[in-house]
Write a protein that binds this ligand. Structure first.
Ligand SMILES: Cc1cc2nc3c(=O)[nH]c(=O)nc-3n(C[C@H](O)[C@H](O)[C@H](O)COP(=O)(O)OP(=O)(O)OC[C@H]3O[C@@H](n4cnc5c(N)ncnc54)[C@H](O)[C@@H]3O)c2cc1C
Ligand SMILES: *[C@@H]1O[C@H](CO)[C@@H](O)[C@H](O)[C@H]1NC(C)=O
Ligand SMILES: *[C@@H]1O[C@H](CO)[C@@H](O)[C@H](O)[C@H]1NC(C)=O
Ligand SMILES: *[C@@H]1O[C@H](CO)[C@@H](O)[C@H](O)[C@H]1NC(C)=O
Ligand SMILES: *[C@@H]1O[C@H](CO)[C@@H](O)[C@H](O)[C@H]1NC(C)=O
Length: 528
């Protein structure tokens, strides 16, 4: 029932292949300064929310309305059939998404407690929602669930000590960046402006600043959680230490976070510097060999960020290699660092300086960019690596190239190669949090994206799995996949996600018995 209503009302972005046509003109004619346009930036989301769709009839609507008087005046209860419902439940990936019967827009901690208690009483499932970018298989197991919508709990307040901020469980990357910048601060966040902060923290959390300050999870001083029985607990180094350990790597499975006490840092004088290099495929070996050699002493301020993507205007026949050097330092330092990439003779270079927002635009992760568009089917198959196996990268490339020809529906997909610096990540004791992949240097994944089409689904799945498997087989440890939980497709071995050391899953399962004995939180890579 939910599915048909959803399909009818969701937003439909245009085909990415059409959008990429704008890419060359932007690259060629951009003045070098940051424009508001990016590769997929011209994507317009065509809203087809209309009146012709049937109004759903939530069979348990009367029970839901009994929750209303228990909520604060700022909260809202939105049932299926309400004009706002489809907007509130629409997701980055609609495919295999939870089926939602009611949305509770919580505004206070007590709202969360009441909602969880209500769910318990009526034996209804619930899923938390912040940025709506969660896309992992288990989400689809939530049926007729309550969406505990945290988007109103989005405060970003600098604390008196100037060293931490209190951040609401529903805040997005953009809200944090903007809120902190206004008081001269910055913090570790993900790249994409519309993604929530809570899920990344709970799974580790990668971003531009991790080499200098650590993962997002490493920034947490304490957190407030509403447990699945409705109780509230504070977790920190002093209080409920084991749960504090668990929510930094496997947090989606334990409780609902209403707020974080989160480390912040002073902003720097300089802007970020960047150079984006575009290569044709004949440079593939030279490019990833160079990247390998540079990983060895990659400064904490430098990020290597890459895509393999089809841009017809640059190469009508083959995908191109997009490789960015993003640098938190003076332009001269950044240029000096990136010099060797010029020697490989890119077909294009785009260089400039900018803010964190500008970096989001540059990497297509701003509010108007591809990363924030809703409604495509998107599959990810992540793998953490120590370095590039260049021969395997060639195989990956060739398979991408071949698949784009054979199945043009997926030719708007991209392959993402994130090479963040890792100094501060590795400086944290690997056993001190549930995040298991501190030794990886590269985070690689397909984003197999296409207009929803069930004929394509099996092809897309096989494609994504094949690409990952090529890299796994060529890695230093083919028997032990590393898959970042926040990118996980959800069918990986649990050890690949939560760690191969036996004690990790044992400890998580033990803690699960203690903190969520009825396993109410099981819709995001569950391990029970
Ligand atoms: C385009 C794109 C860019 C991304 N960029 C990055 C990045 O730079 N760095 C990175 O680390 N990851 C990144 N990710 C992955 C991201 O961490 C996950 O997709 C994450 O699940 C998204 O969180 P959300 O709040 O947007 O999604 P939602 O679907 O709202 O939430 C995802 C899950 O998090 C849990 N959750 C959310 N809020 C709460 C809460 N308050 N309390 C308890 N549980 C909660 C729930 O289990 C929920 O199902 C990116 C993903 C996409 C699609
Ligand atoms: C939902 O509504 C808000 C506010 O009008 C809008 O900004 C947003 O784009 C809408 N989301 C979708 C998916 O249509
Ligand atoms: C609660 O709901 C689940 C899933 O619908 C069902 O399997 C279970 O039996 C229910 N429990 C009770 C106590 O009704
Ligand atoms: C917790 O305490 C340990 C030991 O005192 C310390 O090394 C660590 O940095 C603390 N972690 C956090 C997140 O505060
Ligand atoms: C889905 O993909 C198949 C295979 O390419 C194609 O024939 C069909 O037209 C597509 N369906 C839709 C609705 O786009």
């Amino acid at each position: 029932m939910g599915t048909s209503t959803r399909t009818c009302l969701k937003s439909v972005p245009k085909d990415l292949r059409v959008l990429s046509r704008s890419f060359t003109s932007i690259m060629l004619f951009s003045s070098g300064a940051f424009g508001a346009i990016s590769l997929f930036g011209l994507m317009s989301v065509v809203s087809v929310i209309g009146s012709s769709c049937p109004t759903a009839n939530a069979e348990n609507a009367p029970a839901f309305s009994s929750l209303r008087p228990l909520l604060s005046s700022e909260a809202a209860l939105v049932l299926k059939g309400d004009v706002k419902f489809d907007n509130l439940t629409s997701r980055w990936r609609e495919w295999h998404s939870p089926s939602i019967a009611a949305v509770v827009q919580v505004a206070t901690k007590k709202d969360v407690q009441e909602t969880v208690r209500f769910a318990k009483h009526f034996n209804v499932s619930f899923v938390a929602r912040a940025g709506g970018h969660g896309a992992t298989e288990a989400l689809a197991n939530a049926k007729n669930a309550i969406q505990v919508d945290f988007r109103k709990l989005n405060q970003v307040t600098l604390n008196a000590n100037g060293e931490t901020a209190t951040i609401g469980g529903g805040a997005t990357v953009k809200q944090i960046i903007d809120g902190l910048a206004a008081v001269g601060k910055r913090a570790v966040t993900g790249i994409c402006e519309c993604v929530g902060i809570t899920a990344p923290i709970m799974g580790g959390g990668h971003g531009w600043l991790q080499g200098q300050y650590g993962l997002a999870a490493d920034q947490v001083v304490s957190a407030r959680l509403v447990l699945t029985n409705g109780d509230v607990v504070t977790v920190s180094n002093e209080s409920n230490k084991d749960l504090f350990w668990a929510i930094r790597g496997a947090g989606h499975n334990f409780g609902l976070v209403t707020e974080w006490e989160y480390r912040v840092h002073n902003t720097k004088e300089n802007q970020w510097s960047y150079e984006i290099f575009i290569y044709t495929q004949d440079k593939l070996e030279a490019l990833y060999e160079l990247a390998n050699s540079m990983i060895k002493d990659q400064p904490a301020e430098a990020i290597h960020w890459g895509y393999i993507v089809k841009v017809d205007e640059i190469d009508a026949d083959h995908p191109i290699l997009w490789f960015g050097i993003i640098y938190d330092g003076p332009t001269e330092t950044a240029r000096e660092y990136a010099k060797p990439f010029h020697d490989l003779e890119p077909v294009m270079v785009q260089a400039g300086e900018g803010t964190l927002h500008d970096l989001a635009v540059l990497t297509f992760q701003d509010l108007n960019g591809a990363g924030c568009a809703y409604g495509l089917t998107s599959l990810r198959y992540p793998i953490g690596l120590k370095s590039f196996n260049v021969a395997a990268m060639r195989k990956v490339y060739d398979h991408i190239d071949e698949t784009f020809r054979k199945t043009p529906e997926v030719a708007g997909s991209f392959f993402l190669l994130e090479g963040y610096s890792t100094q501060a990540v590795k400086a944290v004791d690997a056993g001190s949090t549930a995040y298991p992949h501190r030794n990886d240097n590269l985070l690689v994944t397909s984003y197999v994206q296409y207009q929803p089409n069930s004929t394509i689904d099996p092809i897309a799945e096989e494609y994504g799995q094949t690409l990952r498997n090529i890299l796994l087989q060529a890695s230093d440890d083919p028997a032990h996949l590393h898959a970042y939980v926040n990118y996980a497709n959800g069918d990986e071995p649990l050890e690949a996600i939560y760690g191969w050391e036996k004690w990790r899953l044992e400890k998580l399962r033990q803690l699960k018995k203690q903190w969520d004995p009825k396993n109410k939180m099981k819709y995001y890579v569950p391990f029970v």
